[in-house]
Every structure is written in structure tokens, then in C-alpha cells.
Design a binder for this molecule. Structure first.
Ligand code: 5AD
Ligand code: SF4
Length: 480
């Protein structure tokens, strides 16, 4: 038996193509027959549950992961009782890690009832050697651990696990080229993310991303446009261009296409009606980009511009390369040149050394910049980053109290911005239908949501809606 298993493994491996993505399509086929055999034994389809933590990049990666799994033959399930559970993890903040260990423990109990269950972990947290070590020691029932650079290898790793019969770990500290054209399962048929670059070179002093996602690499503009075209042909109307710092698109790879030019190229794809992007860095948001957003009707009037702190002193310690004044100046230039634009932001409270005075500077920027929404975070100490060893770490109670005050101001400023738009008729993308209430949820150009009576056939369409009631950070409306 053992010998025939070995022979089978040798044969499978010897026939595998060396080139990607052909190699992965080969392993998808191999795994499809392995899974078909299990299905025959169990007399039912096998199920999968992919759960995504963290940012848009992970959401995008999860579409590829789900695409690979469904090509293998798994059926989607929203339960953690599924035959295969995959967590695509995030490590930006420490408490996310703590919670994840709890959830892995819970999956382990489920596996006792279904020993055929497969538990897979990938994503940013797995790029941290301490996390992998802890799982290897304390959560032996996990089946596969992989990182951010080799998600495309999922089918091959599943095969490795089947033949090894125990935990398989494959985490790379560096990327090895960009593998494209893998199966992909779009969560929404009408909108999709497109990676334009990977990694980050900024090394903000609090942030772990550059360590787990590696250095900046940009994709070829032709590949990006081809992906947009393919998506549009399959019904996608809105695309979001994704990168940790989209303004530096092409710079490190010495391409002659700037991010503004790339926006223009994608907007020329027939069928694409709306374009969004995440995330620009205030330190190098160019006038060329502002001009492109202003001139290009397909680009949404929404700029997510992470502030992090309003204190120039703290910004320096964060290694952000801009001052409070420069940020405010940029925000007002954006507003002047792009009428009706909405600006949203990210803010960290309780960075080491933050005083009451520094915090007030942040509150001041929130008021002056007029954010329509802000994502607020309590500073989380990430081992290995420069900020982790900075003096004067802010105590929890002080940070918590500031956080509450900030939330109140953010809510107040956002509601005033939203209120100012009430009564207008706007174009929205119909994203979600609630049958029990007969209402559709549409997304405005500026990223806010409106609920209005409609029927399901409008899902994925762009329609005009009159905003009738402002509920603070969302609206009620009616079709216009
Ligand atoms: N602590 C708290 N928030 C952080 N972010 C990144 N690193 C940390 C950290 N160590 C926030 C930043 C970033 C967003 C994605 O997460 O605000 O813009
Ligand atoms: Fe982290 Fe700064 Fe890079 Fe954003 S720009 S991923 S906050 S290091």
C-alpha cells in the first residue's frame, strides 16, 4: 500500500509541468480526481469555507483561492463545519492574531468529529515565523500553512498534504515572480478588484506590511488592462485598482506608465463604467493624478487618503514624510479641483509618544479636512517594527479615551458631509438585494450607501436614485 502510494506520488510529480500557471492547472486536475474519490466514498459533494481577514488585497487573493478550490470540485459553504476551511489571515494589528488562535482551536474541535476535515491557513500572519512556530507546536491538527507569495500554489499544496499525511508548511520570505491567469471566483459578478502592484517600500514605523508583503513590484500595464477587459466581458462594471501605495505604480520597476496614465488606460476599456483605487499615500499624490480624477468621468469622486496622525511631530516618528500643513494643503487642492469629491481616511490613536496636544492636532485635521468617513485604529505594537521599541508607549486607558473622543468627532463631521448631499439625485451601483424587505442597496460614487425600494433584476446595474433621508453615514432613497 505504502509503496503504491509512493509510486503514485512519484508518477504525479514526474508528469507535472515546470511552467506556471500550467503546473497549477495540472495539480487542480490531480486534486479533482482525489476529491472525486472522496465524494464517491462519502456519497456527497465536499464543501469549502474560505474566510478573509483584513484588507482588499486579501479579499482579492481569496477570490483566487476560492476559484482554485471550486475548480477542484469543492462547493461553497458558509459554515465552519465545511470539509475544508481556509483562513486568509491579517496581521496588521495584534488583537487579530489573538482572535485567530481562538478560532483555530475551535476548528480543531470540529476536526475531531470529521478527521477528513482540512484546515488551511495563509496570508500575512503566516509570513511571521513566530506565528508559524506557535501553530506548528500547539495546533498540530492544521493541514497546510502558506504565505502571501505563493497563494497560487494552493492545489499543489493540497496534493503535498494528501501524500505527506501531516502538516505541510510552505512560506516564502520573498516573491518569485507574479503568477497570473488562475481560476478566480468573483464574490460579486459586477465588481472586482485588480492588483496593480504588490508589497510596500514605505516602512511606516508602526507597520508590519513591508515585512510580510515584501518590496514593491508593479504589474505590467498591458496585463492589468487585459484583466480589466476580461472582467468587463464577463459582466464586471466597476473595478478597484489595488496596491499599498498606488501613486508609486511603475516607479520602482521603471515603467513609463504613471498611475494616472494607468487609470486612463483602464477607463478606456469598453464596459467598465466605474473605477476606484486603494490606497494612495499623501506624500506622493501627484497633481497629474488629481487632474486625471477631475477629468475622467469613470473615476469615482472618492479619495481614500490615510492621515494616520494630525501631529507633524508624530508623523515624523511614523516616517510618513508629510506634515499636518502639507496634508491639509493636499486635501484642499483635491477639493478645489475635483468638485463633489469625498475624502476618507485612516487614523491611528495612541502611537508611542502621542501627547494630548498631538491628539488635538489630529482632531483639528479631522474637522478641517472634512472627512466623510474615517477608519480609526488603536495603535497596536507589532514586534519587529521600529515603533515597537520607541519610548513612551501610551497606556491603554488614555488611548481608549482618546479613541472614543475621536469617534464622536469623526461621526459628527461625516454626518455633516453626508447631510449636505441629501436631496440630490445620484448614480448608484446596485450591490445587494434584500428580498424580505424588497430593498436594494446601492453604492454612491463617494462610497456611501443608499437603501431604496427596487426589484432584484437591477442587481449589478447603475441607476439614478434620489437621496431622501440622511441617516448619518447612509441614506434612504427612491428611484429617480
Ligand atoms: N496599529 C494600528 N493600526 C495600524 N495600521 C497599520 N499598522 C497599524 C498598527 N500597528 C492601520 C493604518 C493603515 C491601516 C490599513 O491599518 O491606519 O492605514
Ligand atoms: Fe504600511 Fe505605510 Fe506601507 Fe501603508 S504605506 S502598507 S501603512 S508601511
Amino acid at each position: 500500500m505504502e509503496q503504491s502510494k509512493e509510486l503514485y506520488e512519484q508518477r504525479v510529480r514526474s508528469l507535472a509541468p515546470a511552467e506556471e500557471p500550467e503546473r497549477q492547472y495540472y495539480f487542480i486536475d490531480v486534486m479533482r480526481s482525489v476529491i472525486a474519490e472522496k465524494e464517491a466514498r462519502k456519497g456527497r459533494k465536499l464543501t469549502m469555507h474560505v474566510e478573509t481577514f483584513g484588507c482588499q488585497m486579501n479579499a482579492k487573493d481569496s477570490e483566487t483561492l476560492s476559484g482554485i478550490l471550486s475548480s477542484i470540485g469543492f462547493e461553497e459553504s458558509d459554515s465552519e463545519d465545511a470539509d475544508l476551511v481556509l483562513y486568509n489571515t491579517c496581521t496588521v494589528r495584534e488583537n487579530a492574531n489573538t482572535k485567530l488562535y481562538g478560532r483555530i482551536g475551535y476548528l480543531g474541535n470540529r476536526k475531531k468529529r470529521n478527521p477528513d476535515k482540512r484546515i488551511l491557513l495563509c496570508g500575512c500572519m503566516m509570513q511571521e515565523p513566530q506565528a508559524v512556530e506557535k501553530i506548528r507546536k500547539s495546533y498540530r491538527f492544521v493541514d497546510v500553512i502558506f504565505g502571501t507569495h505563493n497563494i497560487y500554489k494552493l492545489a499543489e499544496l493540497l496534493f503535498d498534504r494528501e501524500v505527506a499525511g501531516e502538516l505541510v508548511i510552505d512560506v516564502w520570505d520573498k516573491p518569485a515572480g507574479i503568477v497570473e491567469d488562475l481560476p478566480r471566483r468573483n464574490k460579486y459578478g459586477f465588481k472586482a478588484g485588480i492588483n496593480i502592484m504588490y508589497g510596500c517600500n514605505n516602512f511606516c514605523s508602526y507597520c508590519i506590511v513591508p515585512y510580510v508583503r515584501g518590496r514593491e513590484r508593479s504589474r505590467n500595464p498591458e496585463d492589468i488592462v487585459a484583466e480589466a477587459r476580461h472582467l468587463a466581458e464577463n459582466g464586471v462594471r466597476e473595478v478597484m485598482l489595488l496596491g499599498q501605495n498606488v501613486n508609486s505604480y511603475g516607479k520602482t520597476d521603471r515603467m513609463d506608465v504613471s498611475f494616472a496614465k494607468l487609470l486612463r488606460m483602464v477607463s478606456e476599456v469598453e464596459g467598465i463604467r466605474r473605477i476606484r483605487f486603494m490606497t494612495p499615500h499623501p506624500k506622493d499624490l501627484s497633481d497629474e493624478l488629481i487632474a486625471e480624477i477631475a477629468a475622467n468621468p469613470k473615476v469615482c469622486r472618492h479619495v481614500h487618503l490615510p492621515l494616520q496622525s494630525g501631529s507633524s511631530r508624530i508623523l515624523k516618528a511614523m516616517n510618513r514624510h508629510y506634515t499636518k500643513e502639507q496634508y491639509l494643503d493636499l486635501a484642499s487642492r483635491i477639493r478645489e479641483r475635483i468638485p463633489g469629491v469625498a475624502i476618507t481616511t485612516d487614523i491611528i490613536v495612541g502611537f508611542p509618544g502621542e501627547t494630548e496636544e498631538d491628539f488635538r492636532e489630529t482632531m483639528d485635521v479631522v474637522r478641517k479636512a472634512g472627512f466623510i468617513a474615517a477608519y480609526t485604529f488603536l495603535y497596536s505594537k507589532r514586534t519587529g517594527t521600529p515603533a515597537a521599541s520607541m519610548p513612551d508607549q501610551v497606556d491603554e486607558a488614555t488611548a481608549g479615551e482618546r479613541f472614543k473622543r475621536l469617534l464622536a468627532v469623526v461621526g459628527e463631521v461625516g454626518a455633516a458631509q453626508a447631510e449636505a448631499m441629501n436631496g440630490q439625485t445620484v448614480e448608484v451601483l446596485c450591490e445587494e438585494y434584500k428580498a424580505s424587505e424588497g430593498t436594494m442597496t446601492g453604492r454612491l460614487d463617494n462610497n456611501l450607501l443608499v437603501h431604496f425600494p427596487a426589484d432584484e433584476s437591477l442587481l449589478g446595474e447603475l441607476v439614478s436614485v434620489k437621496l431622501t433621508t440622511c441617516k448619518g453615514f447612509y441614506y434612504l432613497g427612491e428611484r429617480a
